[in-house]
Design a protein around this ligand. Structure first.
Ligand code: SF4
Length: 196
């Protein structure tokens, strides 16, 4: 990983005014975790807590995500980098517009290029559609490996959806279990997880 390019990209995001969302942000949220991680998680965009703290997934959704990662025996410090389609919070957490996604997506693509992960996981419909540019239904494609730019992608639900509808947790866990198996196959055959 080219640390200088990564830092330059982070600085570019911090001062970005490419879309209207720069007017509303408190902080940009570049993403967090290990820049050397082999798993790249993609969410939609910052919410209130993330905007306040400048850190990805720190609200209730983030706490749930951390629990799921812990069950997988993955940590933010070692195994994953977490980024978003958007680096600035849309007002009232509204769904991002197509123009905003188009403006911000090159940052995510550069992050992926620099980190060069083995596995990508999209969290929620907006992350999936934003990354692929396709109007896919998360309920139809979750749990199935996809190819995007010669990379493998596992689409799953956003943790916020699991908070709204706990019935989705079972399917979500199945998706994460597939990621554990793929991580063992591609990265570390000795990765331990007491559940699988
Ligand atoms: S959301 Fe992305 S493109 Fe829009 S101002 Fe923020 S960093 Fe720039």
């Amino acid at each position: 990983m080219n640390e200088e390019k990564f830092e330059n990209l982070k600085n570019e995001v911090a001062f970005c005014k490419k879309c209207v969302l720069h007017r509303y942000r408190t902080n940009t949220v570049f993403g967090n975790g290990n820049p050397e991680a082999r798993i790249f998680l993609i969410g939609e965009g910052p919410g209130y807590d993330e905007d306040q703290q400048g850190i990805a997934f720190v609200g209730r959704s983030g706490q749930l995500l951390d629990k799921i990662l812990a069950a997988c025996n993955f940590t933010r410090e070692k195994h994953v980098f977490i980024g978003n389609i958007l680096k600035c919070r849309p007002p009232q957490n509204r769904t991002p517009s197509t123009d905003e996604i188009i403006a911000c997506l090159p940052y995510l693509e550069s992050q992926i290029e620099l980190i060069d992960p083995e596995i990508i996981m999209t969290l929620g419909a907006t992350a999936l559609r934003g990354l692929t540019g396709k109007n896919l239904k998360i309920t139809e494609v979750r749990g199935k490996w996809m190819i995007w730019n010669n990379r493998i992608v596992m689409p799953t639900y956003h943790p916020a959806a699991l908070l709204r509808n706990p019935n989705l947790k079972k399917d979500s866990w199945e998706d994460f279990k597939q990621v554990i198996l793929k991580y063992r196959e591609l990265v570390d055959p000795d990765h331990a997880c007491k559940y699988i």
